[in-house]
Design a protein. Structure first.
Length: 150
């Protein structure tokens, strides 16, 4: 990675980290993104270069970062003698743990109409078990069985 793209990625990461703080106060909207950029000393023009599609691109960047962290953590584990369902279960738990670090901000990112509603419940409740299965259409269904509130 060259020096310019390294600076670009560091600025995007800095804005994301600040946005995760500001989302709790301002909601997940364009105004919050501009406040986060202002707090990071990033001009509006530079913000347009870093996130041309605004909050939608910020959301995509957030989930990509979660995916990268999840895969790094999964790569450190030894899965040689584990059943496939246990591998999936561990992957889901790792992802939920990463989401839990930003649980106050996540509820704003998961806007109404989100298809993965199970995450919203699993973040705010302790999980007693998660059942994972594939339905007839091949879509992965994940059900979190929650017992107590944090």
């Amino acid at each position: 990675m060259n020096n310019e793209s390294l600076k670009y990625n560091k600025k995007r990461e800095k804005i994301l980290n600040r946005a995760l703080i500001d989302i709790a106060n301002h909601g997940f909207n364009k105004k919050m993104l501009h406040i986060a950029a202002k707090n990071c000393n990033v001009s509006e023009g530079e913000l347009g270069r870093l996130f041309p599609e605004g909050i939608f691109e910020l959301k995509q960047y957030f989930f990509n970062e979660i995916d990268i962290k999840m895969l790094k953590k999964i790569d450190t584990l030894d899965y040689s003698n584990i059943r496939i369902r246990d591998k999936i279960y561990n992957g889901v738990i790792i992802r939920l743990d990463l989401f839990k670090k930003n649980k106050k901000s996540i509820k704003h990112i998961f806007a109404p109409g989100i298809r993965v509603q199970w995450i919203n419940f699993a973040i705010f409740f302790k999980i007693s078990s998660i059942s994972i299965h594939t339905c007839r259409t091949g879509i992965l269904k994940i059900c979190a069985h929650c017992v107590t509130h944090f």
